[in-house]
Write a protein that binds this ligand. Sequence first.
Ligand code: BGC
Length: 471
Amino acid sequence: MEILYAIPALALIAGTLFWLPRRLRRPRLATALPLTGQTFPDGFLWGTGEDAYQHEGGNEHADWYAWERSEPHPFADGSVAGRCVDFWNRYEDDFSRAAADGQNFHRIGVEWSRLEPAPGIYDDAAFAHYRLMLESLKAKGMRVAVNLWHFTLPAWAATAGAWENPQTMVRWEAYVGECGRRFGDLVDYWSTMIDAQIYVLRGYFTGEIPPLKHDPAAGVRVLGTLAHAHARAYHILKPFGGQVGMIYFFSLCQSAGNPLDAFVTDQFDRLFNWNLPDALHTGRLRVAIAGGPRLDQSLPEAAGTLDWLGVNYYYREIIRFNPRAQGLVDRGPAPGAALTDMGWEIYPEGLYRLCKALRRRYPGMPLVITENGLADRGDERRPRFILDHLAWLHRLLAEGCPLLGYSYWAGTDNLEWLDGFVPKFGLYRVDMQTMERRETASARLYRFIATNNRLPRESEVADILNPAVAG
Ligand code: BGC
């Protein structure tokens, strides 16, 4: 008789343990905060920016330049960076537009391969050109951030073994010193590098970008080398003034629900989001990938080498264990969520949750949202995307988060790495034939926000987006 009771009881327990938690933890979709005209603190930084390789054009001494011309063709749309959006020649117009749009902050990147086209040989004209750019930004009253390295290496460094060759560090230190000496008086915020973990994951784990390797153990060693490269750059740059930090891509990682999902989520979250920034905080780099490479490296020189942290936030990922998938994980948007043209989940609350996690982990660390944006060819979702992210950001400020500014990515369209020119991130759409910049409704909205240092009230939004109709 008892067995008859036991079966439904067991089923109930099993259901409670496995099915119910999954249901309950089904990811909540994005919620929007009301727009009440929220005001930002005086001096809040409003910006946009460009990346060297993704905007300038003509970077023919970079390793990517030759790789783009190889077979099979690496970019999804068959393009090459080429003249890109010709930012190298059109920077003055782009900066003037940003200034006229009320922005007081701007980030550019400098391209190592352009500045040092052969080992130890610096291109004075290229240094002078970047100086003109920086002077132009300063003349427009902007606070200026400069990034020194992002994915692309000088071809000579790549051929010689990239970051695996100790000589690269020697040349890096000299290059950083040159940048400090020649640009230091014009830079407010230095970023030593952008998205270093993505370079490692895509360059050494999945082999999608140069150096095109499938060697996670080497990748983890390179992560250690990059932590060291950041630390060296920090100490080299400090005497030239400015705040020295790093720009880093954070994704909000959320488990799909069951214990195995939770385990792989934790693994991925540590490797992707925390291992490197933690090392720059504590001076110890620990990587532990179950069944994969491990590293426990003491880097005393790296401890406390973030005066500021640039946060790139784009999406949330729901992570699920899948024994057949690469790295045993499936990552993707929550079911039913709104997506960008690239299939990334639009989850504004994630920016809030992420910054709270950063604040808990690194108390007092000044944060700048250095990138936040979406690929949206028709500019249909972008206005709400901006408004919703900024409303959550305002809540962070109200809670006392040390947040210095927000920079939309990007001012104009750009080369989206392996996705070529198909994704359109820009506030200004670029005609790829004529290079003409065309204003979107989102550009008008961002102008309103930066100029007034506040969000619009809900009742104002339609008129801002479409002034002609408002008449
Ligand atoms: C990178 C950019 C890229 C953007 C969107 C950022 O973290 O810095 O290069 O365009 O992500 O993928």
